[in-house]
Design a protein around this ligand. Structure first.
Ligand code: GDP
Ligand code: MN
Length: 397
């Protein structure tokens, strides 16, 4: 019986391994394209066009909703979610416009409750007008003082002096105290509001934003069923001067808490220095590419996790919400890029959206009033788009 058996001499094993290696290398050489990514079920080329820093247009050729089972109105149980807006009484017209768009394209079909939050009480006029804009429930909440106030360890003189320096560097809103408070609240407080504790999911909505496309499936249900944490529409570069010490502070945190870093993180997206190397240099190692957080569809349990709490506390103590002008967008983005599984982050390519001056405009007949592929108002800001980085570095096939 032994006559027919293969004898595994070392030389044969080596020859077999070498043969397999040669076949694999040839296969990769012939068929593997590092500039191609798979988004949903579509393969998209990210080859750079001559004279243009990024090839954004191909991403916009994507059509249709995401892959997988989707649920239309009334087809599945509602998810534990709210539409959420931090807004000022003076922004009533702007929020009515944004609400109108979101009700028309999505919420009139799904009836998720609206929660409006303010640091001062809402006026009767505000409450009456917003309630009249939806048939869903509407809630009005005030921020607890200790969530909004500037923390006691912040030195007011140093804050004023820092704001002056930042203004010289043209950092928008640097001298506006409430803007700093808003960024800190959106970074580490909103999901702790007592009225939000009962919700897991939120869709953040700002005054004056536009929604252009009919969304016929329950986006929260999509997030839940597909095990996603965070949904975005736009990725842009930040002003590096506003966050000069955010990455160094983050590096300290990583050294203190290596256990919080996710093995499938998006570090390469966070630290890219190939595109806009000057941004990376001025931000001391962070590309500044971030999810633009005026739009977010996300799971608050991520923000409520111990790892995020540790990160927020580390940043809060470092003082950069007030001595610099750290935005909640880069803070959320760095936290997600480091501590969440990057496959749990979803690009809602099918949600047509505008917050001045940027758009996400899908190529779909479900969209009205938005030119497919358009990114800016024609103000020469196309180089601010960094969605391509996300797909290249974080969403590789
Ligand atoms: P930008 O998008 O960075 O230019 O900042 P916005 O002015 O749009 O502010 C971001 C969000 O926070 C918007 O929803 C504003 O309505 C809200 N916001 C900003 N500052 C305050 C504030 O002092 N009080 C309240 N209640 N909302 C604020
Ligand atoms: Mn805004």
């Amino acid at each position: 019986m032994a006559t027919g058996a293969v004898r595994w001499r070392p030389a044969r094993v080596i020859a077999l391994v070498a043969g397999l290696l040669i076949v694999f290398t040839l296969y990769r050489g012939l068929f593997y394209d590092p500039d191609t990514v798979t988004v949903g079920d579509q393969k998209i080329s990210l080859k750079k066009e001559k004279g243009k820093p990024f090839a954004v247009d191909p991403l916009m050729k994507m059509t249709g909703p995401p892959a997988g089972k989707l649920y239309g109105p009334g087809e599945a149980a509602k998810v534990n979610a709210t539409l959420l807006s931090l807004v000022r009484n003076e922004e009533l017209d702007g929020i009515l416009q944004a609400m109108g768009d979101l009700e028309r394209t999505f919420n009139s079909k799904f009836n998720y409750p609206w929660t409006f939050i303010n640091d001062v009480p809402f006026t009767e006029k505000f409450m009456r007008a917003t309630k009249a804009k939806t048939k869903a429930d509407v809630f009005f909440e005030i921020i607890p003082k200790d969530h909004w106030d500037i923390p006691a360890w912040i030195n007011p003189d140093l804050m004023t002096a820092s704001a002056r320096l930042l203004e010289e560097q043209k950092v928008q809103y640097s001298a506006m105290k409430s803007y700093h408070q808003m960024c800190r609240w959106n970074s580490g407080m909103f999901y702790k509001h007592p009225a939000l504790l009962k919700y897991k999911w939120y869709w953040r909505v700002e005054p004056k934003v536009h929604f252009f496309c009919d969304i016929d499936y329950d986006v929260f249900r999509y997030m839940q069923d597909n095990n996603k944490t965070y949904g975005f529409v736009i990725n842009i570069y930040d002003s590096p001067e506003s966050i000069a010490s955010l990455w160094p502070a983050t590096e300290e945190f990583i050294a203190e808490h290596p256990e919080h870093i996710h093995p499938n993180n998006a570090m390469r997206w966070l630290t890219d220095s190939e595109n806009r190397p000057e941004h990376n240099r001025l931000a001391n190692g962070y590309s500044t590419c971030h999810f633009w957080s005026n739009f977010e569809i996300a799971d608050m349990d991520f923000w409520r996790s111990q790892k995020y709490e540790d990160y927020f506390n580390h940043l809060d103590r470092a003082g950069g919400f007030f001595y610099e002008r750290w935005g909640d967008a880069p803070v959320h983005s760095i936290a997600l890029g480091l501590m969440e599984d990057r496959d749990k982050i979803h690009w809602f390519h099918d949600i047509g959206y505008q917050h001045i001056p940027y758009f996400n405009c899908p190529n779909s007949d479900k969209c009205k009033g938005c030119e497919a592929g358009r990114f800016t108002d024609g103000t020469g800001l196309d180089q601010e788009d960094c969605r391509i980085n996300w797909f290249k570095y974080a969403h590789m096939n």
